[in-house]
Each structure stands twice: as structure tokens, then as C-alpha cells.
Design a protein around this ligand. Sequence first.
Ligand code: ATR
Length: 266
Amino acid sequence: MDQYAVVGNPIAHSKSPSIHAHFAELTKQELAYSTLLGDEAEFENQVRDFFGKGGKGLNVTVPFKERAYAMCDILSQRAKQAGAVNTLMMGRNGDLFGDNTDGIGMVRDIVSNHGQSLTDKRILILGAGGAVRGVLEPVLSENPESVTIANRTVVKAQILADHFDCLASSFEALEGHFDIIINGTSASLSGSLPPLKGELINAKTWCYDMMYGKGRTIFLQWAHEHGADGADGLGMLVGQAAEAFYLWRQIRPETASLVEVMRQQM
Ligand code: ATR
């Protein structure tokens, strides 16, 4: 049976095995998907060993996405832009191919599952870390009117803005309203929220949090208090997995029903 796995550290909490098992059942594919606890000193050897034993594909998660990127022989355009790899597979000639499906997973969730177009929209992205870098190219591919990156450390927003031809700002200097606001900061992990003015939201604004949780995230709570609807990143998690599955099996599984089931189980 074809073998797949997700490698990261920690890894026991990963939802990827159950997501991929669900996809396999849905699409009638015979495959096994397990977890691999990544070792700080041995990561590259673990990857080579996995493929050396005939493994078909690996997902890579924290903290190894940049190391996976560095060891690839061939990279997709979106992996190059992200500077990180979350999906690996082996080419016929033994070349290691790396892709990044995080951004396209998020964009498909926003566009297909939530029916929100990004085209011709004024988009605000909060944060300028790895998560934001990973989504910028797929967001820009939707041809928004503008993308503004706001970050606590403005110079990091400016570096990304220069690279991707967007706008950069501090939170405090943001003016006017945006059509779509995407939270890519890890602030909510510590239960905090960047200092955001309510006027960033108007009647048409829709918000997306790359984070997800049992209830409304603190960012979506802020959006709700200012009258904006939105969604959290559970669909992004399932979406990035669906795109990896598509890369490996050439079948793109439907994601909305699984998100619903996972939501009920949280
Ligand atoms: P990730 O891989 O999740 O993107 P990261 O690269 O460490 O993680 O980036 C974390 C992002 O969340 C950064 O944009 C960080 O802002 P700084 O660049 O100024 O550090 C942002 N962040 C984390 N905690 C925050 C907080 N309490 N308020 C605002 N932004 C925060």
C-alpha cells in the first residue's frame, strides 16, 4: 500500500492522518498515512530514509518547513515564493520535489467554501511571519485591487511588501476600511489581538483568521463586535491537505463536509 506521513515536532496532535484517511475513503484510494516525529538533528536523514523505503509523499509541519525547502532538488513556484515547503514527493529520477499548499488551501477555502471573491478587493493581511509569506502569492494570483501587510515589526512587513509588490503599514497607521481582513499573526495563541481600529471594518468587510479554535477566535470576536462576518482557519487546514492529496493522487477531494464534521468534534 502507498505510504504517506506528516513529519513535525510535536506531531502527536496532528489532524493530518485523520484528514487524509477521510480523503482516501471519499475518493476510494488505497493508502496509509501516519505520523513521523521529526528529530532536530536528523530531519534530513529521516526524510531521505522515508523516501528510500518507498514512501510516496510527506507533509511537513512546524518547525521543519524551511529545512524541507532547503533540501529539495525541485521547487514549485509557490514554494519558492513562500520560502517553505509543506508537501514533498519523489520524482521518478530520484529528485525531491517540494510544494507549498498552505496558501492555495486558504484561498480555495475563502473562495469556494465561503463564497468570498478576492478579485478587485482591498485586502489587509495582519502579520508578516512565515504563515503570511506562505499565502501572499496565491492571494495575489486572485488579482485583488490592493494588498496591505500590517505588522507589529513594520520592517518585516516592508520586506514582504517589497518582495511581493504590496503595501506595508504599522497597525496604528492603517486608514480607511478594507473588504477582506486576514489575520496571520500568532497573537491569538497568547490570547491577544493587535491594536486594530474599528474603522477598518465597514458593512461589507469579511474577516478570515488563519488560526482556528473551539469557539470564535479572539480576532473573529473583534470582527463580530464591529459587525463583520468571517471564518476561521479550520478550512485552511483541510484545504492545504486537499491540495497535497491532489498533488500525490491527482484527485482533489471535496473539503466542506469534512470541515463540518471536524467542527462538531471540537
Ligand atoms: P508564523 O510561522 O506563525 O507566521 P512567525 O514567523 O513567528 O510565526 O510570525 C508570527 C507573526 O505574528 C509575526 O508577524 C508577529 O509579529 P512580529 O513580526 O512583530 O513579531 C506576529 N505576532 C505574534 N504575537 C503578536 C502580538 N502579540 N501582537 C501582534 N503581532 C504578533
